[in-house]
Design a protein around this ligand. Structure first.
Ligand SMILES: [Zn+2]
Length: 244
C-alpha cells in the first residue's frame, strides 16, 4: 500500500549517517513515523526539508509489520515562517506539536485534530494573545481526543453543581461542596472559567477568538488545563515550561 496524504511535521531527528526519522500528523492516516533515506546526504532528494512548522504532501510505503514506514516522496506545501522566526511563537507551536504527539495514538485518523493543528499554526503567525490561543487549543484538543472535562454536574454524585465549585484532576471534572474529598489534586474553579471552557468546547474557532478573558479566568485556565492534561497523559509536557 502506498498512501498519499497531507502531513504536518511533529518532530524529527537524524538517523544513521544520512537519513532522518520524522513523525508526521497526517490528514488521512493520523500520526505516523517514517524514515527519509538519504535526505542529509542529498537535501534536494525530496521537495521539502521537513522542518518543523511545515505542511507537506507526503507519499510513503506503509509497512504492516513495522511502526516505521518509508517516505518515497515529500513536497513542501506550506511553511509557517513567522512561527519559526519568532521565539515566543515557536515555543508555543512546539507545545501544540508535543501535545498532539503525546495524545494521539499512532495511525489513528482524526481529521478534527488535523484541522485544529493546521488552524492553530496558521493563526499563530499573527495572533497577539498567545495565552488564549493555547487555552483554546488545549480545550479543543481535549474534546476531539475524547478527554473533555465533566462540567455539567458533580463527578462524584452526579447532582447539579452549586456553590463553591472545585475541579478534580483525578475525577476529570467538577466536584460539589457536599462531596467530601481527600484528594490533593483539586482546585477551586470560578463560574467564569467553567463557562469559558464550555464556550471554547462548543463554539467555532473564530467565535472563540473574539472572547476576551479576565485575569482570574486566565490564571485558572492556565493552572487547570496544564495540570489536567499532564494528569491524564501521566507524563510532563516538556515544552510547556517555555510558555509564557
Ligand atoms: Zn457531589
Amino acid at each position: 500500500m502506498i498512501p498519499k496524504t497531507e502531513a504536518i511535521v511533529l518532530k524529527s531527528f537524524d538517523y544513521r549517517e544520512t537519513s532522518r526519522i520524522v513523525t508526521f500528523f497526517t490528514k488521512e492516516h493520523g500520526k505516523i513515523t517514517a524514515v527519509m533515506k538519504g535526505i542529509r546526504k542529498d537535501p534536494r532528494k525530496f521537495g521539502s526539508s521537513v522542518d518543523k512548522y511545515s505542511v507537506n504532501d507526503l507519499v510513503y510505503y506503509h509497512y504492516r509489520r513495522s511502526d516505521l514506514h518509508l517516505v518515497s516522496q515529500c513536497d513542501l506545501k506550506q511553511y509557517f515562517f513567522r512561527v519559526r522566526d519568532d521565539y515566543q511563537r515557536n515555543v508555543t507551536a512546539n507545545y501544540a506539536l508535543e501535545l498532539v504527539n503525546k495524545i494521539m495514538p499512532a495511525e489513528q485518523v482524526n481529521k478534527d485534530v488535523y484541522d485544529l493543528l493546521l488552524q492553530f499554526l496558521d493563526r499563530l503567525q499573527e495572533e497577539k494573545d498567545l495565552e488564549r490561543l493555547v487555552n483554546l487549543f488545549q480545550i479543543k484538543m481535549l474534546r476531539y481526543s475524547g478527554f473533555s472535562p465533566h462540567l455539567d454536574s458533580c463527578v462524584r454524585c452526579r447532582r447539579p453543581v452549586q456553590g463553591k465549585v472545585r475541579f478534580s484532576m483525578a475525577g476529570g471534572g467538577l466536584v460539589c461542596p457536599d462531596c467530601p474529598t481527600t484528594e490533593t489534586s483539586f482546585t477551586l474553579i470560578s463560574r467564569g472559567t467553567v463557562s469559558t471552557i464550555i464556550h471554547f468546547e462548543k463554539e467555532s474557532w473564530q467565535d472563540c477568538l473574539r472572547l476576551g478573558l479576565a485575569a482570574k479566568v486566565r490564571a485558572e485556565l492556565k493552572y487547570i488545563l496544564h495540570n489536567f492534561l499532564e494528569y491524564h497523559l501521566e507524563q510532563p509536557v516538556k515544552s510547556s515550561k517555555f510558555l509564557r
